[in-house]
Design a protein around this ligand. Structure first.
Ligand code: FMN
Length: 181
């Protein structure tokens, strides 16, 4: 079983990025489990003085989840041509540890427009030594209301695309495990 943690960069209750990740989890192939991380809004602002024994519980939970996972999927909005603070903050808690090093990661997109954030996120995660999977999945949900979002994510073609995307990422993870053992 391949175990994947999915992180949405949006805290909005009606977030399209969170909806995309929930749908990815629901449509994952049988040999993959996708668990959506729910603690982004509870993470204290990163402070290097609070590492080691002073690591706050929610940050320790995130670090532990990423350490144990076989891979990470991120879906993140763009704010002012950048990565939202909450998402960057979560990543900052992982910088000076082993959790991200060599960890397979995939970006998926709920907006066709978030080109600056995509590039920034890829650069940040590469710098942190995540093993970035080059394929991505984009399902355009920008500006859609919750009902419309659900309808789009329930379309057969999109369900298949989500299954294929997770399957492709799982293959990348397995190849990564094989080459590092
Ligand atoms: C404060 C703020 C700034 C934004 N800046 C941008 C931007 O620079 N570029 C862009 O494409 N969209 C921008 N957007 C739109 C969001 O990226 C877009 O609504 C996204 O789909 C929201 O994701 P969510 O539904 O998961 O919350 C911004 C939205 C907010 C709230």
């Amino acid at each position: 079983m391949i175990e994947i943690i999915a992180i949405s960069g949006s805290l909005r209750a009606a977030s399209t990025n969170s909806a995309l990740l929930a749908a990815l989890a629901a449509n994952a192939p049988d040999d993959c489990s996708v668990q959506v991380y729910d603690g982004l809004g509870r993470l204290p602002i990163f402070n290097p003085d609070d590492e080691g024994e002073r690591t706050p519980p929610e940050a320790a939970r995130l670090i532990e989840m990423i350490t144990r996972a076989d891979g990470v999927i991120v879906s993140c909005p763009e704010y002012a041509h950048g990565v939202p603070g909450g998402m960057k903050n979560a990543l900052d808690w992982l910088v000076s540890r082993d959790a991200a090093v060599g960890k397979p990661a995939m970006l998926v997109h709920a907006s066709p427009r978030s080109l600056y954030a995509r590039a920034a996120l890829a650069e940040i995660m590469r710098t942190m030594s995540f093993a970035m999977y080059e394929e991505t999945l984009e399902i355009a949900l920008l500006g859609k209301k919750l009902g419309e979002v659900e309808a789009i994510l329930a379309e057969n073609a999109n369900r298949q695309a989500m299954r294929d995307a997770v399957q492709g990422f799982a293959r990348f993870i397995r190849a990564n495990i094989a080459s590092s053992s």
